[in-house]
Design a protein around this ligand. Structure first.
Ligand SMILES: [Zn+2]
Length: 107
């Protein structure tokens, strides 16, 4: 969270230092980040920064895996993902671990 908030504040300064109204984060379901914990951390870090009072919007990113045998992507909520077509386990995670800043609304 600190790095995502740090990035948000850096972008705020580069944009001229207005107040942040909305921070949108993209959080992969397999990132290990708990949205409630993120909100809590944000509440602790934001006071005294341009992001104080901003709304934190968390977009959940589903996990996507690649099946080599079928040459297709599929979604799973689980780290031990099985291809829905050939039922082989996939070892290649393509999305679902991200924790990134999607956008900022600043005035
Ligand atoms: Zn497959």
């Amino acid at each position: 969270m600190q790095s995502a908030l740090g990035l948000a504040l850096k972008q705020t300064r580069e944009a001229g230092g207005g107040r942040v109204h909305v921070i949108r984060l993209r959080i992969g379901v397999l990132s290990g980040v708990v949205p409630d914990a993120l909100e809590f951390a944000f509440g602790a870090l934001a006071p005294g920064t341009p992001a104080e009072g901003a709304r934190l919007v968390i977009e959940s990113v589903p996990a996507r895996f690649w099946c080599e045998a079928c040459a297709r992507e599929f979604q799973s909520e689980d780290l031990l993902a099985e291809c829905p077509d050939c039922h082989r386990a996939s070892g290649e995670l393509r999305a679902g671990r991200e924790m990134e800043l999607a956008s900022l609304e600043i005035d």
